[in-house]
Design a protein around this ligand. Structure first.
Ligand SMILES: [Zn+2]
Ligand SMILES: [Zn+2]
Length: 352
């Protein structure tokens, strides 16, 4: 074991503060990574404040962060894909059994024996895993991603969660070239959904509750922007969309969006709302529509997404902050006061 500087929270009501954590020495299958940037995801806040205690209770101290980019500093003797100096990423997963039917289908995100990057039982050291708000991390080679070296690394970090969360359902839907695709919500997830849908050649309609976001949505590539509270604007699109990516976690009427789908259209939820949604059967019956959910993506698909971003010059729009501003950043994110993701410059951790 060795010591690494990190930021952790000691309880659900404590701010994140500097600390020292133990990391394992790399085993033969491991890659040791110096972390350069870590994105701030909404789930970091939920876990730090123990807001998902019914399903995933937080073990304190917690070190969040699962949008990690960095540089390889050491590799184990059996590591074949990476070498010292490589630019790499780590997302929401650091382990799975690699043997179940999900893993065999390259769907590690659905494995019942997966290990999340933070706040999950740590098979190596005991206790729980510690995430990316840290100077380094040690990860099994299978869960390490290769990064394009042409992109801004601060903007690459959010691709590891927000990016794959939106890329995967779009890919799963099929070829959206020339199709009409809706993106509901324009935050960390939604802005990535717009970029991917445009890059795949879709006609993209953004739905937002904020009239003030119209110009920003168009700047990201949206072909049309609808203020969802305006019934006339919504009616214009009734029965016309092929696919809708719903990124909103706040309570909202899902039927309004289902009714915008044409026949056999699909709405996929990626926002993790806590309250059950009311779905009218008629919204699904008429038009034979479907409602689905999706969560991140498998490792192979995450690599495909990163390669796609390299080819198409796609990154998240980020505001880079030093880690000392992380608590203030949480408050701002909860007020949607960021375009569209915070990315922590981990060099700032060296001054702790
Ligand atoms: Zn996330
Ligand atoms: Zn598995």
């Amino acid at each position: 074991m060795y010591n690494a500087t990190a930021y952790s929270a000691a309880s659900a009501t404590s701010p994140l503060a500097p600390t020292t954590i133990a990391r394992r020495e790399p085993t033969e299958r491991d890659v040791q990574i110096e972390i350069l940037y870590c994105g701030i995801c909404h789930s970091d806040v939920h876990h730090v404040r123990d807001e998902w205690k019914d399903t995933m209770p937080t073990v304190y101290p917690i070190v969040p962060g699962h949008e990690i980019v960095g540089r390889v500093t050491k590799v184990g003797s059996a590591v074949s894909q990476y070498k010292t100096g490589d630019l790499v990423g780590v997302g929401c997963l650091v382990d799975s059994d690699l043997s179940c039917s999900a893993c065999q289908d390259d769907l590690e995100q659905l494995c019942p024996n997966q290990t999340l990057t933070f706040n999950a039982p740590d098979k190596h050291l005991g206790g729980v895993t510690y995430g990316g708000y840290s100077e380094s991390i040690v990860v099994d080679e299978h869960f390490v991603l290769r990064l394009p070296d042409t992109l801004d690394l601060a903007g690459v970090a959010p691709l590891l969660c927000a990016g794959i969360t939106t890329y995967s359902p779009i890919r799963r839907w099929g070829d959206i070239t020339g199709k009409k695709v809706g993106v509901v919500g324009l935050g960390g997830l939604g802005h990535m959904g717009v970029k991917f849908a445009k890059a795949f050649g879709a006609d993209v309609v953004v739905f937002t509750t904020s009239p003030g976001k119209k110009d920003a949505a168009r700047a990201l590539g949206a072909d049309d922007v609808v203020v969802s509270r305006n019934a006339d604007e919504m009616e214009k699109h009734a029965g016309s969309l092929d696919f809708i990516l719903d990124t909103v976690s706040a309570p909202h009427d899902i039927n309004v969006y289902l009714n915008l789908l044409r026949h056999d259209g699909n709405l996929t939820l990626v926002g993790a709302g806590e309250k059950p949604l009311e779905v009218s059967p008629f919204s699904l019956l008429f038009g034979r529509r479907t409602l689905s959910g999706s969560i991140i993506g498998g490792i192979a698909e995450t690599q495909e997404m990163l390669d796609f971003c390299g080819t198409h010059n796609i990154t998240a729009d980020v505001e880079v902050i030093p880690i000392q501003k992380v608590n203030a950043a949480y408050e701002r994110m909860l007020k949607s006061d960021v375009k569209y993701r915070f990315s922590i410059d981990m060099a700032s951790l060296k001054s702790e």
